[in-house]
Design a protein around this ligand. Structure first.
Ligand SMILES: Nc1ncnc2c1ncn2[C@@H]1O[C@H](COP(=O)(O)OP(=O)(O)OP(=O)(O)O)[C@@H](O)[C@H]1O
Length: 211
């Protein structure tokens, strides 16, 4: 895997008439770890989802590795290049086995080994919907290790420690710190902020360097 730079230039996103992200600029050099902080509803998830194309961009551009994805082939390449830990929802069913979730990152062996280290050893045959919220979050973290082993050069993580106990928060922060890729992580967790090189803050859709 090779760490890739991420550049957002004047990115705006909206839900109908509701503006969620307002002309965000962010230049993340390859290999930098950035904590994206800010109050609930300030636009952090929307911004991360825009990088993956899950959220349409109303204006502005998102480059990963110097490429603005426009064609479906470029979007496929973008999704292979960018590992993703979504904000885990506590409700609903996820009709997948843990091993299937781990495999979907691209490198099952690496993800399984991370899952073992994160306390999920022996649970590979369990339905993800039967795991606790913290176990599910650990599973997504392990999957992210598999994405990186499979060649992703960027990891985007949306509150990856929100359901974890204190020890789990430190373990997750250590996993993020050990990944040799560019990381942008939306978080409210000081353990995660501590392992980041830089902190940027969203406030009512506007992005700025945190002081
Ligand atoms: N699917 C949606 N439809 C309409 N509005 C939405 C939708 N998703 C988010 N929003 C709104 O967009 C704004 C930004 O939401 P977003 O989820 O990006 O915030 P966030 O900073 O990630 O919040 P949190 O810290 O609570 O996860 C909020 O005002 C939210 O209510």
């Amino acid at each position: 895997m090779t760490a890739l730079p991420v550049r957002l230039s004047g990115v705006s996103c909206r839900y109908g008439r509701h503006p969620a992200v307002l002309s965000a600029d962010l230049d993340v050099p390859a290999g930098q770890r950035v904590a994206l902080v800010g109050t609930n509803g300030s636009g952090k998830s929307t911004l991360l989802r825009a990088v993956l194309g899950f959220q349409p961009v109303a204006s502005g551009t998102v480059e990963v590795g110097g490429v603005v994805a426009r064609t479906s082939a470029q979007w496929r390449a973008r999704r292979a290049a960018v590992g993703w830990i979504p904000q885990v929802r506590s409700s609903g069913r996820f009709p997948l086995l843990l091993d299937e979730l781990l495999a979907s990152g691209g490198d099952l062996a690496a993800a399984r080994s991370a899952a073992d280290r994160l306390g999920l050893g022996g649970l590979g045959g369990r339905g993800v919907h039967t795991l606790s919220g913290g176990q599910v979050q650990r599973a997504w973290l392990a999957r992210a290790v598999g994405c990186v082993a499979a060649g992703a050069g960027v990891l985007l993580a949306d509150e990856p420690t929100a359901a974890l106990d204190f020890a789990g928060q430190d373990e997750a922060a250590a996993v993020l710190a050990g990944l040799p890729v560019t990381v942008v992580v939306a978080t409210h967790d000081r353990a995660v902020v501590r392992v980041c090189d830089r902190v940027v803050e969203m406030a009512a859709g506007q992005l700025r360097e945190a002081t």
